[in-house]
Design a binder for this molecule. Structure first.
Ligand code: H53
Length: 834
């Protein structure tokens, strides 16, 4: 139905265009209006939550008028769009970001002040949008910021989980999970009840003959669940471009519940249908780098992918172009294998619904998709049992088999004497329980595959996807090293440092062109500049110390060296190596004479991160950290020389306080296991140094900032396999210092030794898969170097400034431009604000 206003009446609309506020008075008027009308309150009952709500609504109004303009312009120009499909968008808070991107934070600050509020208190009222687990989800959020800031026509597609990642509480040293219901009041989303799609599950496939005498497959029966769109505006920095993040929510198709059943007294089953439907988008799976193969997860994936593709195809069809032009209008990026079914779904739409021939359709499909791989860890690679796919998506399984058949036929021709190749690369793994290998399907159905850091992109080509490089040639595989948005991770998280940098780099332009940071190098010799720099770092440490005090009750001295490791808890990330090192430091301090002890550098070891609820070993690691803290923090021999802190519920808004406050941060994964890492970039950009292994983006950070400005240690990726082999088949001796640490744990110094038996056993008796013992000595030596370096504060600060000056490469703007040119073939489309 044509809903646009006819020409003669448009003048009235234009005359009455919404006027956006641009100054303090205008802002205050909007806040008061929202308090009094939208929220139905008044100045007599306006608390900080209401002030937050009204401020958000005022900014939301602004964003939405820009959003409208952006969408109109993109539709009118009919340009190619990018669709970023991700099951996770770890957005954090939106208000601060919206104020900064729109350039009106100062206006809001003054306005709120006049109305009786402090802007920091108002910002803090917002609940994080925590629709993600870790790096993968946060990367998607940084990419959305860059896409909008660079004026790319782009949409994100995801799921609107009712519960985001759980809230972590630490009770008696153990992690306890609490549900994160975050939707009570969310001013940043627009329900689009008119944008809904029926999604089919189960059923069966029939073959029939159509009017042209062609045999066609018809997918029938089963159940229908409705997908409803919720739109979240994504503002660019210093541009009116405001893109869309569309999140799908599930509900029972055709209404609230079945009235027929209800009227017949069958209340329970009428409500059950509704609940079953709503379950699909109810919770985010809390695993990072770990796939558990649950049926509901597969349902989530298909639900989201099918709704998104329906939407994309509908938009394309409005342009009335020929199907072969689809890849010229549409680029779809698969964030990991989670959306791989989109490949199958598009093929299904094209052949079953639109009547294209297989080859023509498959050409369109493969030219549309790009696939980003984020891990080589075997436990994270997605595989689905054939039987489960058959049951849930019978037509899709047929298409997967056909895709595989045509693919293997080509392989057979190209490699006639290599039977084993067919087995190795088949999309179907012929195991006891047959499995669909999602990564292989993603490769076969995409025109480009990329890794997320150079080492990682090389590794996928030589290990898990080696055969595919032979098959397709090396050009199908590429690297796009990850990045972070400097708007949130510098300007928003560390406003004082951003201001100081601006004063030396020609204003805030560096937020749009991060290579401008290199101007800082000219000022390293400037004593006053270094003093200001150090003063800001100290103030950020004071801010974190206050947070630590409030959260844990422990007082830490901000003059200590702050050593931070915050990320998901995982054996490959080796928080166990860190805590063993802390214990070693503690034992060393204890063994010293008091006068020697006094000469030591005080340290605070700070940890934070969630463990997947079903990941027992990760939970043990959290327990050990807390157990060590409980002993060390009250040891009077030690005092300020060592404090061990576990910060509960690490999330995006806490990261904004933590990242600016590090002296050193830890990125110490077993070489070859961390695909990239992105918090390493956040810490360095905020003037902290890092201790790390030669893994992921650490290597490129070293290349950029210089090896004198980073503390690298440990074995290299190329040696890992041999070391593991030696552990299992040779004699495995444990580092003697590490042995002492284990003995101390086993003596009961940190509580019941039994609790930590498995952690020690993993190193001593079970092959030390993560090479903790192999790297321990070099790790401790390198920490020694850190201490020595830190004593020379002048040199330390110079290292920090040099590092920041050379971090320009790691902006997510650079990533997005690389994707835009090399993978998507899209151009920016600037929007005017009138
Ligand atoms: O993705 C980040 C990388 C990081 C990698 C992470 C990741 C997840 O968070 C979840 C699943 C997965 O396969 C990978 O571990 O190294 O920086 C963004 O690319």
């Amino acid at each position: 139905v044509e809903a646009s206003i006819p020409e003669p009446q448009r003048e009235a609309w234009q005359r009455n265009q919404v006027a956006n506020f641009a100054n303090k008075d205008g802002f205050e008027r909007e806040v008061v209006r929202h308090v009094e009308t939208t929220l139905a309150r008044s100045m007599f009952n306006c608390d900080e939550v209401a002030a937050y709500s009204a401020t958000s609504l005022a900014f939301r109004d602004r964003l939405i008028t820009d959003w409208n303009k952006t969408q109109q312009r993109q539709t009118f120009r009919d340009t190619k769009r990018v669709y970023y499909l991700s099951l996770e968008f770890l957005m954090g808070r939106a208000l601060d970001n919206a104020m900064l991107n729109v350039g009106l934070k100062d206006v809001a600050k003054d306005g709120l002040n006049e109305l009786g509020f402090r802007i920091e208190d108002v910002i803090k009222q917002e609940h994080d949008a925590a629709l993600g687990n870790g790096g993968l989800g946060r990367l998607a959020a940084c990419f959305l910021d860059s896409l909008a800031s660079l004026n790319y026509p782009a949409w994100g597609y995801g799921l609107r989980y009712r519960y985001g990642i759980f809230k972590q509480e630490i009770i008696d040293g153990y992690q306890v999970e609490v549900p994160d219901y975050w939707l009570d009041f969310n001013p940043w989303e627009f329900p689009r009840h008119d944008v809904n799609v029926d999604i089919q599950f189960f059923g069966h496939v029939n073959k029939t003959t159509n009017a042209d005498g062609k045999t066609v497959s018809v997918w029938e029966g089963g159940e229908i669940v409705q997908a409803v769109a919720y739109d979240v505006p994504i503002p660019g920095y210093d541009t009116p471009t405001t893109n869309n993040l569309r999140l799908w929510s599930s509900k029972a198709s055709g209404g609230e519940f079945d009235f027929q059943k209800f009227n017949n007294g069958d209340y329970e089953s009428s409500v059950a249908d509704q609940q079953r439907a709503e379950t699909i988008s109810a919770v985010l799976y809390p695993n990072d780098n770990l796939e558990r193969g649950k049926e509901l997860r597969l349902k989530q994936q298909y639900f989201w992918v099918a709704a998104s593709l329906y939407d994309i195809v509908r938009r394309f069809k409005k342009s009335k172009r020929a199907w072969r032009e689809f890849p010229e209008q549409v680029a779809i990026q698969l964030n990991d294998t989670h959306p791989t079914l989109a490949i199958v779904e598009l093929q299904r739409i094209l052949i079953d619904v639109e009547g294209l021939e297989w080859d023509a359709a498959w050409d369109i499909v493969t030219n549309t998709f790009g696939y980003t791989n984020h891990t080589v860890l075997p436990e994270a690679l997605e595989k689905w049992p054939v039987g489960l796919v058959q049951h849930l998506l019978p037509r899709h399984l047929q298409i997967i088999y056909d895709i595989n058949l045509y693919f293997l036929q080509k392989i057979e021709k190209a490699f006639p004497n290599d039977r084993d190749m067919l087995r190795r690369v088949s999309i179907i793994e012929e195991s006891q329980i047959k499995m669909v290998r999602m990564a292989f399907l993603a490769i076969v159905g995409s025109h480009k595959v990329n890794g997320v850091a150079e080492l990682h992109s090389d590794l996928i080509k030589t290990t898990i996807f080696k055969d595919f490089v032979q098959i397709y040639g090396p050009d199908k595989f590429t690297n796009v090293t990850n990045g972070i948005t400097p708007r949130r991770w510098l300007h928003q998280a560390n406003p004082r440092l951003s201001e100081l940098i601006a004063s030396k780099c020609g204003g805030l332009e560096f937020l749009k062109d991060l290579t401008l940071l290199n101007k800082l190098e000219q000022h390293i010799g400037d004593k006053e500049f270094r003093r200001e720099w150090a003063e800001i770092k100290y103030a950020n440490k004071v801010r974190l110390a206050k947070h630590i005090k409030d959260a844990t009750g422990v007082t830490v001295n901000p003059a200590s060296l702050f050593d931070i490791q915050v990320k998901r808890i995982h054996e490959y990330k080796r928080q166990q190596l860190n805590i063993f090192g802390v214990i070693h430091r503690y034992l060393t301090l204890k063994a010293m004479k008091p006068e020697e002890r006094k000469k030591q550098l005080p340290r605070v070891s700070i940890f934070g991160g969630k463990a997947a609820p079903g990941y027992w070993m990760a939970k043990q690691i959290i327990h050990l950290i807390n157990a060590v803290g409980a002993v060390v923090n009250k040891d009077e021999d030690i005092g300020d020389l060592l404090k061990v802190i576990f910060l509960e519920d690490y999330n995006v808004s806490k990261a904004e306080i933590i990242c600016p406050a590090s002296d050193i941060s830890e990125h110490i994964s077993t070489a070859g296991t961390e695909a990239s890492g992105t918090s390493n970039m956040k810490f360095v950009l905020n003037g902290g140094l890092i201790i790390g292994t030669c893994d992921g983006a650490n290597i490129e950070i070293t290349r950029e900032i210089g090896e004198n400005n980073i503390f690298l240690f440990g074995n290299l990726a190329e040696d890992v396999e041999d070391l593991r082999h030696a552990h299992t088949y040779g004699s495995h001796t444990i580092d003697s210092d590490l042995d002492k640490v284990f003995d101390e744990i086993e003596k009961g110094t940190f509580g019941t030794p039994h609790d930590f038996g498995a952690m020690i056993g993993a190193v001593r008796n079970h092959g030390d898969y993560y090479l903790v013992s192999d790297d321990f000595h070099s790790y401790m030596e390198t920490h020694q170097l850190v201490d020595e370096s830190y004593r020379n504060q002048d040199e330390w600060i110079a290292k920090c400034i040099t590092s920041v000056a050379r971090m320009g490469f790691f902006t997510s703007d650079r990533c997005i431009n690389e994707y835009g040119e090399e993978i998507w073939n899209v151009e920016p489309l600037p929007v005017e604000r009138n």
